[in-house]
Design a protein around this ligand. Structure first.
Ligand code: ZN
Length: 73
């Protein structure tokens, strides 16, 4: 499930929500719980879900390679 992050310009509060893409509404306004002002989306955070999957796959591959290398030596 992708994570969405909003950042408050007033207090730099980071609000992260995990929700399905179908439930995510980009027009929904998110307000800072500290200041009550409208936060802005941190766009880069969307790619993190893909990054996690990529990292996990890369880690599994790397682990397999290292295990084989250790077995040979
Ligand atoms: Zn704030």
């Amino acid at each position: 499930m992708p994570e969405y992050t909003w950042i408050c310009d007033g207090c730099t509060y980071h609000l992260t929500k995990s929700m399905s893409i179908t439930k995510y509404n980009p027009k929904e306004k998110v307000y800072c719980p500290n200041c009550g002002i409208e936060t802005r989306r941190k766009i880069e955070q969307v790619g993190l879900s893909f990054g996690k999957g990529f990292f996990r796959d890369g880690y599994e591959s790397a682990k397999n390679v290292r295990t084989q290398t250790d077995g040979d030596s």
